[in-house]
Design a binder for this molecule. Sequence first.
Ligand code: B1M
Length: 211
Amino acid sequence: MMSLENVHDLVVRGKAKLVPAAVQETLDEGVEASKILDTMISAMDVVGENFKNGTIFVPEMLIAAKAMKKGVEVLKPHLASGAAGALGKVIIGTVAGDLHDIGKNLVAMMIESAGFEVIDLGVDVPVEKFLAAYEENPGVKIVACSALLTTTMPALQETVTALNAAPWRKDVKVMVGGAPITQEFADKIGADAYTPDAASAAKKAKELVAA
Ligand code: B1M
């Protein structure tokens, strides 16, 4: 089996112990890190489809997520340029009620490698925690919020509404993203920017602070 296909297969089957070596082998063959990442993301799509079709359940989804995380650890030094946090601070988190973190972690990693210092609040982040994190950390330029479920889109809306009401709103940019989010939804809730993936999020973050 080609090593890229092997990575795909191992992530789908949640083989966390085998994924790192398979990713390393693929890198050693000269395959671009970004291509390996795309392969793992498409493996998660298969996992999602299998879940939707009822052939796997939540525990298998969780195991596949762990396998992907192990693979991302190997890729990280190849994806991130490692520039210091010269562009300022970015707060990032997945909104209240939502436990998905792979996409958010990728966005955090790419934003960090674009030259920001990232303050990662984790998953299931209540509105108050986003607000407090801004107030506790001087020099925050961007607040970035992920929502990965259609059922947590209202929590994203509540978070952005609260940020928009903060007295310091003009000093910060608000970015949103996640699989169910669209530009239209981002506009409707009053976010400054929407991007569909981690690489474009990092590019947009740089544009927002340069503007
Ligand atoms: Co869940 N889950 N899950 N899940 N899960 C999805 C999202 C789902 C699409 C699967 C499906 O049914 N096909 C579905 C959502 C359907 C919907 O929204 N209507 C779903 C469901 C239903 C659920 C539960 C409700 C299942 C249940 O309990 N019955 C439950 C909810 C728990 C909760 O959050 N409260 C649940 C639980 C879980 C696990 C915990 C088991 C696990 C997550 C583990 C973890 O993250 N540590 C899990 C997983 C693994 C998935 C799938 C299979 C993979 C998610 C993932 O990591 N994708 C997922 C199916 C899928 O995505 N295809 C699914 C890879 C990741 C790189 O993509 O997160 O989209 P993504 O991030 C992208 C972009 O969205 C973007 O950049 C990233 C890529 O570059 N992006 C941003 C993300 N944030 C951004 C922010 C930005 C900009 C871009 O700016 C700020």
